[in-house]
Ligand binder design. Structure first.
Ligand SMILES: [Zn+2]
Length: 306
């Protein structure tokens, strides 16, 4: 095991966190599939202006779609952030790394969630990114800018990695997300030489297949774990909330970098998920993030497992 400065600090705080926090608040939902156990861990919540998601949507129809779901179209949104942990034999794989402490004050809680679940970050074997946004990536480094999961293999889709490593991205991404580009490049540079890059359809772990799901970001990846009706799909942000993304998946969303492409991806994903009757795990879905998709009206409804 590689000993870093972070480890010396982590030991004390982890013990404190584990004793001070109720376990269920952090370890959210667990799904068992044969020899594979999948658990979601909370990294906390974000606070987003309603405009960030709802801005480009048909405003005359929006309130009517959101009302039955209990969502106020004018109030800030506070989506949960669910990381997916996969355990199988010697594999302890984490999908995304959370926000870390420099994005939003209500996020970056993953270290507490890991401690409450009795997991040492040094035992994580793989960190597999869906995409390079701050709430998924920035938690990969510790306070000393060293990899927080020091013994893990870091893995990202090749298109996504190249996009965030490109010096031109900060100039092309738009003012609203320029800080995302700077923050992603700075962090990815730390592990760039060791980063494992994968493509659409690649098996990132045995029985875990990457699915290119672009639009939210240029190289966003989902992952299908298992097969057929026993499969579960890690959605990342390609289906980014449990309200309007389900009820009107074809609507463009302000949270997607290429909204038209993201809407087409979302519709295709729902087709695949419902045809195969897969379970889903969504980074920003409620009820712990693991659930099923039910057809409803013009769209779908998220049915949490918990
Ligand atoms: Zn995102």
């Amino acid at each position: 095991m590689k000993i870093t400065r972070r480890r010396l600090m982590a030991t004390g705080t982890a013990a404190l966190a584990a004793s001070a926090l109720p376990r269920m608040a952090w370890t959210q939902t667990t799904l068992s599939m044969g020899d594979t156990e999948i658990t979601t861990l909370s990294d906390g919540t974000l606070t987003l202006p309603a405009e960030f998601i709802f801005g480009p949507m048909p405003q005359d129809e929006l309130a009517g779609v959101l009302a039955p779901l209990g969502v106020d179209p004018g109030a800030p949104l506070t989506p949960p952030c669910n990381l997916t942990l996969l355990r199988r034999g010697d594999v302890l794989a984490l999908f995304d790394a959370g926000s870390g402490l420099s994005f939003q004050p209500t996020a970056g809680m993953l270290p507490d969630a890991l401690a409450a679940a009795g997991i040492d970050p040094f035992d994580v074997t793989h960190v597999i990114f869906t995409h390079g946004h701050p709430d998924h990536l920035w938690g990969m480094l510790d306070d000393f800018d060293e990899p927080y999961f020091a013994n893990a293999e870091h893995m990202m889709g090749g298109v996504e990695f190249d996009y965030w490593m490109d010096d031109a991205t900060v100039g092309s991404i738009g003012e609203e997300r320029a800080a995302f580009a700077v923050g992603a490049k700075r962090r990815l540079e730390v592990v760039a030489d060791a980063m494992t890059r994968f493509g659409d359809g690649d098996e990132v772990l045995p029985g875990v297949v990457a699915a290119l799901t672009p639009g939210h970001t240029p190289g966003h990846m989902g992952f299908v774990i298992g097969e057929g009706a026993d499969a579960v799909m890690v959605l990342g942000d390609a289906i980014g909330n449990d309200h309007v993304a389900f009820a009107r998946p074809g609507w463009v969303s302000g949270s997607d970098q290429d909204p038209e492409r993201a809407a087409a991806t979302r519709l295709a994903m729902f087709d695949r998920i419902t045809a195969d009757e897969m379970a889903v795990i969504g980074f920003h879905l409620g009820g712990g993030g693991i659930g099923r998709v039910a057809a409803e009206g013009e769209g779908y409804r998220f049915v949490p497992e918990a």
